[in-house]
Write a protein that binds this ligand. Structure first.
Ligand code: PEP
Ligand code: MG
Length: 588
């Protein structure tokens, strides 16, 4: 039966494919595709894990049988029998083999996927006793996973998508079928793992439009919907699903008519994209001759290739924290970071690269274990520059690596989330210290322009101080909106209040641009607002000439730039920001 689920649109376009459910309760297992040659080895890893648990239960049974009847409760013996039975269950074994062989899931993913399939069947059982066996099954799978951890391969996704070979292996009914990802939640690091993967679209139950998961999804340039509440509960493995990334809707089990309609929309979208690619080499100049800089936001050095392909004239925001995530506490050392930054710089072929120092915390935990809930308000807690200043050795390592990369091209150094004069002072002295350390070691490094992000209202209200110390400012609207309006950007429950056009937000953005322009200092916007073509004219009218966004958004924004006349936009933009209801002036 066809039904739809409403969420928030985060990345445009239509995807049609079969659902791949990532089990929410086991979200901390690795999810990656294996090479076809590894199928047998992955099945063997599960088998070995299962055998180890069977042995463990046998040992337990033996010690139980040696106890007196008083010490060995009947329930325990029965429980161990149930666990053994579940371990031998054909559905678990054959299902896991299916996901590994036909979908090329890694062993842990296959196991948790099959757990989800069986758990749903338990949920639907009438018999309460049987229904409760679900918990036993979960325990058994948990134990297998624990055993497998010891023999798990390093968790790295394949470097190249292997769609063809994977499809060769798929069963007849799944040949050529795109896959769409449905999950309760995905961390930004999870999303990064999927970056090289074959998914045609994705939906999550939670998340706001500018949550970091949504931001990474946008960089994948696939249709995506977040905040779809119970989507992952309603969809089953392998269901047919349509994801409408424009409307923020997921349609499950669509009828033939609906499929045909969305198939048509999908083709229209593809034609529109193809049309836009013609603008790739066109310089971004407004009708009245104003040159506009369209830069790329990237997460990994390898993203530089996509930035160049999209016609970016540099990187306006390299979110370096993605190099630090999912490494179970072992942070990248100076050499590894230097090589990564250098790859990004060289990948941009002489164009400028703005590297932001690490912004860990809030919805970007280092790894899953850091998401421990001990911080009451993570977004207001130890995050970004606060985290760096809290660990000067780590910060100095990063600063040295960035300064060294600057010897290979034009590098700007950007600091996130500054708010206090003391933070500015400490940061600047650590940068000097990092240079001195490199001098002492005789290691070459290059000059960098220094920039600060304006993400906290306090910073936007003391621009003069910032401009005294920094060469340029970059407005992080995602956080500036979050902190001005007190709306957690990752919380879908308050997503309707997250408003880039709130007069207070626009006032702070407008003042920052105006002050920088007045002082002849560089200013750009690197939050999601910069990549939303419906805001391009307003930002141009406020005097912005530098926009940084995901490469996938560059051409649509360029189209707006080419159609704009800033001399006419300027008075109109003033009207917009002075209005109590800017959205209505904008759409009039
Ligand atoms: C922002 O806050 O707008 C920004 C660009 O930084 P991030 O989204 O990584 O917090
Ligand atoms: Mg930010």
């Amino acid at each position: 039966m066809t039904f739809s689920v409403q969420g928030l649109p985060v990345a445009r376009g239509i995807a049609i494919g079969r659902a791949v459910l990532v089990a929410s309760s086991r979200a901390d297992v690795a999810h990656y595709f294996i090479e076809p040659a590894r199928v047998d080895a992955e099945i063997e890893r599960v088998r070995a894990g299962r055998n180890a648990v069977v042995d463990e239960i046998h040992r337990l049974q033996q010690s139980v049988s040696q106890m007196g009847p008083k010490d060995a409760p009947h329930e325990l013996t029965a429980l161990l029998d149930v666990h053994l039975m579940l371990l031998q269950d054909e559905m678990l074994v054959s299902g896991v083999k299916h996901w590994i062989t036909n979908r090329l899931y890694n062993a842990e993913w296959a196991l948790t996927t099959q757990l989800e399939v069986i758990a749903r069947q338990f949920d639907e059982m009438e018999d309460e006793y049987l229904r409760e066996r679900k918990a036993d099954l979960e325990q058994v799978v948990e134990r297998i996973l624990r055993y497998m951890k010891g023999v798990a391969l390093p968790i790295t996704p394949p470097t190249t998508p292997h769609r063809k070979t994977q499809q060769d292996l798929l069963l007849d009914d799944t040949v050529d079928v795109p896959l769409v990802l449905i999950a309760h939640d995905l961390s930004p690091a999870d999303m990064l793992q999927f970056k090289q993967s074959v998914f045609a679209g994705f939906v999550t139950d939670v998340g706001g439009k500018t949550s970091h998961t949504a931001i990474v999804a946008r960089s994948l340039d696939i249709p995506a919907v977040v905040g779809a509440r119970s989507a992952s509960q309603l969809v089953r493995q392998d269901d047919w699903v349509i994801i409408d990334g424009d409307a923020g809707v997921m349609i499950v089990d669509p009828s033939a008519i609906i499929l045909a309609e969305y198939g048509f929309k999908q083709r229209q979208g593809q034609l529109e994209r193809e049309r836009l690619t013609r603008l790739r080499h066109t310089p971004a100049i407004t009708m009245d001759g104003q040159k506009v800089e369209l830069l790329a936001n990237i997460e990994m050095p390898e993203d530089a290739a996509g930035a160049i392909k999209a016609g970016a004239v540099g990187v306006g925001l390299f979110r370096s924290e993605f190099l630090f995530m999912g490494r179970t506490g072992k942070l990248p050392d100076e050499e590894e970071q230097y090589q990564a930054y250098r790859r990004a710089v060289e990948g941009m072929r002489g164009l400028p690269v703005t590297i932001r120092t690490v912004d860990i915390g809030a919805d970007k935990p280092l790894d899953k274990s850091q998401k421990d809930g001990t911080s009451l308000n993570p977004a207001l807690g130890l995050r970004a520059i606060r985290w760096s200043l809290n660990d000067p050795a780590m910060f100095l390592t990063q600063l040295r690596a960035i300064l060294r990369a600057a010897a290979h091209g034009q590098v700007n150094l950007l600091i996130p989330m500054l708010a206090h004069a003391s933070e500015i002072r400490q940061t600047l002295s650590l940068i000097d210290f990092a240079r001195a350390e490199l001098d002492n070691r005789g290691v070459p490094y290059g000059p960098v322009k220094l920039g600060a992000m304006i993400e906290i209202p306090a910073a936007a209200l003391m621009l003069k101080l910032f401009l005294k110390h920094f060469d340029f400012l970059s407005i992080g609207t995602n956080d500036l909106i979050q902190y001005t309006l007190a709306i957690d950007r990752a919380d879908e429950a308050v997503a309707h209040l997250y408003d880039p056009l709130h007069p207070a937000v626009l006032r702070l953005v407008a003042d920052t641009i105006a002050e920088c322009n007045a002082q002849g200092k560089g200013v750009s916007v690197c939050g999601e607002m910069a990549g939303d073509a419906s805001h391009t004219r307003l930002l141009l009218g406020l005097g912005l000439r530098s926009f940084s966004m995901h490469p996938a958004q560059i051409l649509a924004v360029k189209q707006e730039v080419l159609r704009s006349d800033t001399s006419r936009l300027q008075p109109w933009a003033q009207k917009v920001i002075e209005s109590d209801d800017p959205a209505s002036v904008l759409s009039a």
